[in-house]
Design a protein around this ligand. Structure first.
Ligand code: SF4
Length: 351
């Protein structure tokens, strides 16, 4: 009989399973704490639980993270992980070490069907949604391997996939990440990046607690945005920005707008000025991302001069702007690149 993987389950789900095998529900609570708060995956090491209970757990359950089949480290310390899932599919996650706080960039789907023209993952199409155990498995595997402690890292859903297309599983993972009895991260330390699924954004507005939002905007006219992000045809810039304005954002929180600068397409001074106008009244942060060229895609990175001029227009108009240094250039750190290559050229296993 296949043993059930407990990873990805909520406290209530674990308690119900424990009760179903004839144990007291409070033991499920202890187990939940061991897994998420202690990051303990081996029942034998859960020494706060009684020996007989641990033996019972081993008969019925496992706590499994996806297998790391490759690690690639860039010169700047960025570490890219390739995970193999139970069905042989691959997803990737990236660990970005920073002086003040590390960042884990994780995937939410195998592939993606949103079709952004500048993105490698889009070439795969959507294969399937990740389950909560596979989403949290990426986090748990990296946290354990790197010995990360609570409060020392943030999580961003910016790997493969559109998180809002896998809303249920992403939100289940988010709730465990921020649960004080679970992984106990602050909700301000978890960010979901979306290409702009307006109906799901409206649904998220009803949540009691929601993660930080990063909107992948990338263009300032509908014509250009539709040409690089076809979903803009369904939910145009105006509707997207209006939905952002409806968010009940706490005073010290801001919505992040990601803007990929692509040479000759989204990098003009006019774009910068239009961007300022679009963001009026939103108290936003802008993450400027000079395009990281991908093999086989026709887009180029703007010149340094162009990037500086664009950024200056935002700064002069009091827009808070951040520029992501291009991290991990030498390890194909662009979204979906490694897993895409993996799909095309199977590699020998063993990290
Ligand atoms: S950029 Fe994100 S939403 Fe767009 S195709 Fe790539 S993975 Fe999907």
């Amino acid at each position: 009989m296949k043993r059930k993987n407990l990873l990805g389950m909520s406290q209530d789900e674990i308690m119900a399973l424990i009760e179903a095998i004839g144990e007291k529900p409070f033991r499920g609570k202890q187990l939940y704490h061991q897994i998420y708060e202690r990051h303990e995956l081996d029942f034998d090491q859960m020494t706060e639980l009684s020996k007989s209970f641990r033996a019972r757990l081993k008969e019925e359950f496992v706590v499994l993270v996806p297998q790391v089949t490759r690690r690639s480290e860039a010169a700047d310390g960025t570490l890219k992980y390739l995970f193999r899932l139970e069905d042989g599919r691959h997803v990737e996650a990236v660990f970005i070490p920073e002086a003040d706080r590390d960042t884990l960039c994780i995937s939410s789907q195998v592939g993606c069907n949103v079709g952004c023209r500048f993105c490698m993952t889009a070439q795969m199409g959507l294969i399937r949604n990740l389950k909560p155990e596979e989403i949290l498995g990426q986090v748990m595997a990296i946290v354990k391997e790197r010995g990360l402690v609570r409060g020392s890292y943030s999580i961003v859903f910016m790997g493969m996939g559109e998180p809002l297309q896998n809303y249920k599983n992403v939100m289940q993972s988010f709730r465990i990440l921020i649960d004080p009895l679970g992984m106990s991260l602050s909700h301000r330390k978890v960010t979901i990046s979306t290409s702009g699924f307006v109906p799901v954004l409206k649904k998220m507005q009803q949540e009691e607690v929601f993660p930080n939002l990063a909107i992948s905007l990338n263009a300032t006219t509908d014509e250009t945005r539709t040409s690089i992000m076809p979903l803009n045809e369904r939910w145009g810039i105006e509707e997207l920005m209006a939905t952002c304005r409806e968010f009940p954002i706490e005073p010290r929180r801001r919505i992040m707008f990601e803007y990929v600068m692509i040479k000759g397409i989204t990098d003009s001074d006019d774009d910068a000025r239009r961007l300022v106008r679009l963001l009026k009244g939103l108290h936003p942060k802008v993450n400027l991302i000079p395009y990281n060229p991908n093999p086989g895609l026709p887009y180029e990175r703007p010149t340094e001069q162009r990037i500086i001029a664009f950024r200056q227009i935002l700064v002069d108009n009091n827009v808070a702007v951040f520029m992501r240094r291009t991290r991990g250039d030498d390890i194909a750190a662009a979204c979906g690149q490694l897993a895409y290559l993996e799909q095309k050229t199977p590699v020998a296993e063993g990290a």
